[in-house]
Write a protein that binds this ligand. Structure first.
Ligand code: MG
Length: 209
């Protein structure tokens, strides 16, 4: 065991949660043009500019308007856009290695893996298929599954609810400050995936893998 392994409190964890994009895979969508597309549709539907800085902020506004019908329309726009480039999806090899060898890193046997992502469910499933992780991932919360998005902790609480576990039994990895904030707001142990990637690199280097 390496000293820096102690950095991740895997002991007693029943569920490890991962973000998707930038954490398990790299999607190749251009998020800025998707945001512009969302803005165009927003103007068309509501007759005013949204001028929000994030896709989630548009969706928050639509949730506030209680416009579930158009919210679904926006989910579809996002899904279609994400799927256009799905074939370009690249695996993040270290994360994949960790997932497939997690017991070697101190993860207890029987620990479940879940995903909390801002991507739509189809994108998540297609990505997992592309990197052959369908069997390893037990539960998914995607864009359509919550009405408050990261950094709001609703998604993490939904996962907690699904497994009926304590916060202390969960650990979350993501690539953005937004993920870290989500975990902090939920009161769940949260780390940057880069820290885990470094750990895997050391592990592989020491074994010439
Ligand atoms: Mg991400």
């Amino acid at each position: 065991m390496y000293n820096n392994m102690k950095k991740f409190p895997f002991k007693g964890k029943k569920v490890i949660i991962f973000d998707l994009d930038g954490t398990i895979v790299r999607l190749s969508a251009d998020w800025n043009s998707l945001k512009n597309m969302i803005e165009e549709n927003y103007v068309e539907i509501y007759g005013e500019r949204g001028e929000f800085n994030r896709i989630s902020a548009y969706l928050n506004d639509i949730v506030d308007k209680k416009d579930e019908m158009n919210l679904k329309k926006f989910f579809n726009i996002i899904k279609r856009y994400e799927l256009e480039n799905i074939k370009e999806t690249q695996p993040i090899e270290e994360t994949l290695f960790f997932i497939k060898n997690k017991e070697k890193f101190g993860v207890e046997k029987g620990t479940k893996l879940a995903i909390l992502s801002l991507n739509t469910r189809t994108t998540i499933l297609e990505s997992l298929k592309l990197v052959s992780l369908m069997e390893q991932i037990d539960y998914i919360i995607g864009r359509e599954d919550v009405r408050k998005w990261k950094p709001n902790p609703e998604g993490l609480f939904k996962i907690q609810d699904h497994y009926k576990i304590k916060k202390e039994e969960m650990i979350f990895f993501g690539d953005l400050q937004n993920d870290i904030q989500t975990g902090e707001r939920a009161g769940i142990d949260t780390f940057f995936i880069d820290d885990l990637i470094n750990l895997v690199k050391i592990y592989k280097k020491n074994r010439n893998i």
